[in-house]
Design a protein around this ligand. Sequence first.
Ligand code: IVH
Length: 668
Amino acid sequence: MADARQRIDELCRQLAEHDHDYYVLDRPTVSDAEYDRLFRELVALEEAHPELARADSPSQRVGGEPAEGFETVRHAVPMLSLGNAASVEEVEAFDARLRKLLESEALEYTAEPKYDGVAVELLYERGELTLGSTRGDGRTGEDITHNLRTVRSIPLRLRGPAPELLEVRGEVFLPLEEFARVNAERLERGEEPFANPRNCTAGTLRQLDPKVAAQRGLDIFVYGVGRGHAELECASFAAQRRRLGELGFKVDGRFAAGCSVDQAVSFHRELETQRDSLPYEVDGSVLKLDEFALRERAGELNRAPRWAVAFKFPARQETTQVKDIRAYVGRTGALTPVAELEPVRIGGVTVAHASLHNQDEIERLDVRVGDTVFVERAGDVIPKIVKVVEQRRPADTAKYRLPEECPQCGTKVVKGEEEVVRRCPNLACPAQVKERLRHFSSRGALDIDGLGTKLVDQLVERGLVKRPLDFFKLDLETLVDLERMADKSADNLIEALKRAKQVPAGRLLYGLGIRHVGERVAQLLAEAYPNLGDLLDAEFEAIEAIEEIGPIIAASVREHFDVSDNRNEFEKLLDELDVIPPEPRPPAGDGPLAGKSLVLTGKLSEARGELKKRIEAAGGKVKSAVTPRTDYLVAGEKPGSKRDRAEELGVEILDEEGLRGLLETAPG
Ligand code: IVH
């Protein structure tokens, strides 16, 4: 019995350590298999001796008994909200107000990301997590201890000496990767997906059964303290963050401490550029006065502190009305329903269209003409309709169905067994012809300057161009006859066409618009068949044998060149054009940086593009974000938050000199 108790204590201690290494520090020290062995041993012991099971046992994380309901929890120190700033001017005004109030020349701030999750408070008594609650209205929230225990990055027991009583605050969120996984699983089960990670987080934390939360991979960043603040004996927020880290909490390595307003604004801008590559959602940055004595003097107003402000990114969601839904015919004949929207500004861009992808998506959302909808725009991504506001649906709307006939040529639409997409099967369909020609002249392909959408439409409608080759037969007289075509533009176009005749092999292949052959695949094909003509008779097996190319692509390539029209066209193009064969690549697994992943940051003396080429030539890869899988961070001057992240993750940091050293250890 005494032995069992000792062993349980030891296992709890070891597993807590491994959880901390893995979930807080992102730096595991044991294999998953080893962890599982310890875990199973603990569970077996706890089952054999239920009276010895501890409340802070890591086995609690898989979700214990369901809660009966939600008890309310009163926050001894109210959880405040934050004032907002939408522009640099508003942030500067915030700082000016504060300086005046505190009679100070310059103030020091800490800037952090503003996480888009759910605010919680964690109560630790004698080092043990005893209560976890939502923020609620700031004064009372709900007891969600059973769910918060399942969050692996929340310590169940504090590390090292801690105050008798400590309340730590932070934001629980769902990493984007987990969000994608959760939604994919829901769709598979025919359940409604969550609109965004925050909804999913909130919904998960409100579950009575903690087993649900245990499976959702929630995470936390902590950013404040309620009771126990004084006992931590930290004079500044920067010091408190460090202290919280020592106690076992997850504090974000992406922050800037001791900074001026200008530096905080730079942090905000840098964060905005990273917004789409971060592993979690942020909706801005938070600027907080660093020194607690000054915070005390600044006080609060209307339940928001005067010493902090949320600097928000432009909103990405708006509501607007669907004016119409139309089916567009793409290059491969696929019918894509597109919602025409009452134009609305989202994040500084006017949005008037949103793709609805396919009939399945329309049915899932049940979007109808006349509906009011939530539209979201994330980075460069095409705007998407997230949800219909059913309460605002006008009377007499009808469900939308894609047409049975191609809206451009009237051919009956087909749908493959396994496909969700409906297609117009007519290769001569004017919509497809136009799209194919547009694709041929587009930037990743032949990149023909001055050959835009309108001009392609006109050339096709007048019967002047039917296939890519026809572009190169155009002469000045024909062009000047066109609508809206000045002599000068016609001259320029002829010149551009001449230039475009010199075309790298990969781009020409991509320009053909073969299904499943994107820029990268085209490049791989060109590298395998530097003499492009050889591809015409390459066997399916040979194409499939090319690294990274699978049976679907290989079949698609074969299918394309088995059509005699396509074959003839390609042969003539090869005659007409001056195809530049691809440069041979160093074989993978070679070079001093083979298999290594690098991130560049700060001001470097060499152009990024050049450095990238040299790193790739040495077998390395250049990535944009620092992750546990990053091998080296190359830091120039003023490296910013990537460097902090690398330090936090223990990623090796090189200066340019160091990088050169690595590049020069090339064999031979
Ligand atoms: S500080 C009084 N820091 O923003 C200080 N809050 O609009 C308030 N939030 O309820 C908390 N990220 O849910 C702080 N890095 C961060 C934050 C953050 C997100 C949320 C928090 C709060 C809300 C206020």
